[in-house]
Design a protein around this ligand. Structure first.
Ligand code: SAM
Length: 109
């Protein structure tokens, strides 16, 4: 996500970024790198299913699921996607990051 933030500079500034994971993955130097870009970052450390039970108003402009949705399937995945969709205007899912996935994509594209 930090690489995305860097690539969007200087067009996107003053961004409020929430990183949700049940583990706090946000290191101090990463937080500082966001700050230098003018992004206000916060770590929301909780299970995404609890997040779904919170206020369903749409406070986000964009949600990005990075290497995340593969943890869910069936009705759970369905309710997660519905919950995400109801809380933001756009949604992106990062593709798998391994080389074989990249070559499979380019072969099938
Ligand atoms: C492959 S890691 C990806 C981490 C990060 N999003 C990234 O792109 O580097 C998958 C993450 O999903 C988180 N995760 C799995 N199930 C979760 C859940 N129910 N609620 C919140 N986070 C969850 C794990 O803690 C783990 O950090």
């Amino acid at each position: 996500m930090l690489a995305v933030a860097r690539s969007l500079r200087p067009r996107w500034s003053g961004v409020e970024l929430t990183l949700l994971d049940r583990v706090d993955l946000l290191a101090d130097d990463t937080r500082e790198a966001y700050r230098r870009l003018g992004w206000d970052v916060r770590s929301q450390c909780m299970d995404v299913m609890n997040w779904l039970r919170m206020d369903a108003e749409a406070p986000y402009d964009l949600a990005i699921a990075s290497l995340f949705l593969h943890h869910f399937e069936g009705p759970t995945l369905e309710s997660l996607l519905r919950g995400i969709a109801s809380r933001q205007r756009l949604h992106c899912q990062r593709p798998r990051r391994d080389r074989s996935a990249a070559s499979q994509r380019s072969a099938s594209d």
